[in-house]
Ligand binder design. Sequence first.
Ligand code: BES
Ligand code: ZN
Length: 623
Amino acid sequence: MMYRFLFGLCAIIVFGMSVTAQDYHSYANPSAVRVKHVDLDWRVLFDQKILKGSAVLTVERISQADPLILDTRDLKIEKVEISVDGATFVAGTFTLGASDKILGAPLTIPLPARATRVRIFYSTSPAASGLQWLEPAQTAGKQSPFLFTQSEAIHARSWIPLQDTPSVRITYTAHVRTPRNLLAVMSAENLSGPARDGDFRFRMQQPIPSYLIALAVGDLRFRKLGPRTGVYAEPHTIDLAARELSDTEKMVEATERLYGPYRWGRYDILVLPPSFPYGGMENPRLTFATPTILAGDKSLVSLVAHELAHSWSGNLVTNATWRDFWLNEGFTVYIERRILEAVYGRPREEMEAALGLRDLNEEIASLADRDEILHIDLKGRDPDDGSTDIPYEKGALFLRHLEETFGRARFDRFLKSYFNHFAFQSITTDQFVTYLKQNLLNENASLAAKIPVDEWINQPGIPATAPKPTSAAFGKVEEQARRWLDGMIPAAQIFTAKWTTQEWLHFLRFVSEPAVASSTTAGADRMRELDNAFHLTRSGNSEIAFQWLLMSIRNRYEPAYPRLEEFLLTIGRRKFIKPLYEELAKTPEGRERALAIYRRARPSYHPIAVTTIDDVLKWPSGQ
Ligand code: BES
Ligand code: ZN
């Protein structure tokens, strides 16, 4: 014990806090026993809504005395077996601790000397937080069931017993048995070819954190997009998806030019049913995406740029704990915009950055100080709650500040070397700051003095010297909007013909600013005028529809209510539905409507979305 204490103390002194940084969202003890590889074997049982099978964990023993401690949530552990020195498995023992609401339950497995492999037979629960089981009726094709996983942040433990901390990286294989005629895909290399014979094998040979393990099973089709890019979707959606995502290969090439080779082999995108709770998820080799990006005009493909960017920031260099989440998301938003600029030009980048800044400022107005800090303290909280605009937009703004101060060429070189230096490692904020100082800031003290690094990382708000991205195109939109708001022109004469989705979004947000918008009834009249001129209630663009519906609630614009109901009943993307329910819940009548809609929508929402909306509406748990 004393030895470990002294070792820990030395580690802190020698390397800084980083090496011993504690991930308090995991029960695991990787400094004593570290999982290196997992072999998974499951049957996908749609009728019972469970995965049933085994996980074989290969471990590295750092301290011989310690047991293996794994994370689990709602797993049924049947038995545990242990292999010593590579010999055949023999029965082992285990204890499953008490379950914490956020963390789940620790699974402790005593390890005899020289034991390096542990086989756990288990099944998942139908309510597993990381799985969504869809009935055929909830899919586009209506014929076959569908299953997909979502492991980030700490949901992998609800379908695999493992060390569910991003500080531990593993390789994996999987053997997946499904009903015939369905296709299984994973965040890994597919070893079994296209046959739909109900038997699939996968392999991921690069070490990844547990939150990047992913599986989907359904009636999927594949369409090639480029030499190493492609898209999977239900038959009903595949054509639209392939057209919309046809710039994917170009995006991969653009990112490689900036930050070095794409290291994961293939880059495919899986378009999921609309209940997918996120916009996208950067599962390696296979981004998972919401169908709500399929606008028909490629205007929402920034999401692909974002998830692709994670192939460098996040998947290659990974946040070691959820406190360091901004290292994943802030870097990724910054790179996303660099990709957009390279593929679609500077004006597009400017619009996205300006929209991001507006979001950030709005969110900061309502966040507590402690939640405005990049290196946030999430102790005792669900790490999913850390997913605000702070890690995303404040993080990206910090990198932009570095870029603008040191110059683009120098900063690009820095980032490229950062990805090479930490490739396939999980790092803390402290490690990043040390590397930043040694490889950029220290070489030019007068430039470095312009960047308040500690303020960026450890203080709330945005430093006064932060960049303020603007868009010339948005300036023109505002000019038009003012003329309309001042009564100089009717809505029909606003010059919208060439507006992109981003200009529409800016327009809608600009006219709803408190300083610009007037009283409620005048608001509803204005909404009607806009709707008559531009048919916004019927917009098929999910971002525009979302913004419009939010305004409709605020302004009590009743003609949009049926569309609002339809939107909430068919789409489960948290970023859309959470603000809509929140806005409804602000008035007693609105709350009644929200509850009536939610009662019907809830059974179709993903468990992660259900947790969020239950909380927004104070839904009695267990109902
Ligand atoms: N990795 C995130 C999704 C995520 C974050 C899942 C935290 C669970 C916990 C993904 O890359 C992401 O940021 N998605 C965004 C889209 C993006 C364009 C900003 C989303 O889903 O809205
Ligand atoms: Zn992201």
